[in-house]
Design a protein around this ligand. Structure first.
Ligand code: PGA
Length: 242
């Protein structure tokens, strides 16, 4: 079931998202969070940091698995997703960094790393809540539009649309990595709850296709129609075509 909630501002939606994550963290002895990078979750992460600083929420027993990482960037690179997670969230919480997982984009054997990542998620019992942003092209994680849905963590060639969207973070388009390692649909769909966030007019078409269109791997997020527990938090711009 898709529980779609529309807010006046991204800020209000982010607060609602932080409250849902708080519920999960308070409700379990060893909560497992699936986390995402990108501009979208930043205000929600800030709201979580505020809860930690206020003393109402601890992340001591939390374990995390992130969706994806660029191939070729190590965790010290300021555009790597490991660096993003450390600086935007983990460094500001009482979480044990050893309990935070981001796929490795620099291993010698990406296929082995991908397999090990899925095994680690499975060994943890899957995620209690998976945070997702959405690409303008409907991608979730770096599951790009394709002919089929891919189940496992895998290496993906980024589409021109994604490379264009991410050029803003690099000195030039040439510097944007062409490949990424991403959690597949198996781990995403086995999350006990999915939290999909989208803000701004550029996301409106992807949100409409995801929620109202056919389930089609050319709109990767549309697979979420089959998930039993999805909360979609939108601002009015992202909801404008619904
Ligand atoms: P954004 O990216 O949050 O920076 O818009 C979302 C995504 O590509 O998944």
């Amino acid at each position: 079931m898709m529980d779609v909630r529309i807010f006046k501002s991204a800020q209000e939606a982010a607060q609602a998202g932080a409250n849902l994550i708080e519920e999960v963290v308070l409700g379990k002895d060893q909560p497992i969070l699936g986390l995402a990078t990108g501009s979208t979750p930043i205000p929600m992460y800030q709201a979580l940091i505020q809860k930690y600083e206020a003393g109402t929420l601890s992340f001591k027993n939390v374990r995390t698995f992130n969706l994806d990482e660029y191939i070729g960037l190590d965790g010290a690179h300021d555009q790597s997703y490991r660096y993003f997670m450390n600086t935007q969230l983990f460094d500001h919480l009482d979480i044990d960094h050893a309990n935070t997982h981001v796929p490795s984009g620099i291993g010698a054997d990406h296929a082995a790393d991908a397999k090990a990542y899925d095994e680690a998620i499975e060994a943890a019992g899957g995620t209690d809540i998976q945070v997702l942003g959405i690409g303008n092209n409907g991608h979730i994680g770096f599951n790009e539009p394709a002919e089929v849905f891919i189940k496992g963590t895998h290496i993906v060639d980024l589409t021109d649309s994604t490379i264009d969207a991410n050029t803003r973070f690099f000195a030039s388009r040439d510097e944007v990595p062409r490949q990424a390692i991403t959690m597949g649909m198996g781990a995403i769909m086995s999350a006990r709850k999915v939290l999909l966030l989208a803000f701004g007019p550029a996301k409106a078409q992807a949100i409409r296709d995801t929620l109202c269109g056919d389930i089609d791997p050319r709109v990767p997020a549309s697979i979420l129609q089959l998930h039993p527990n999805v909360v979609v938090l939108l601002d009015e711009d992202a909801a404008s075509l619904l």
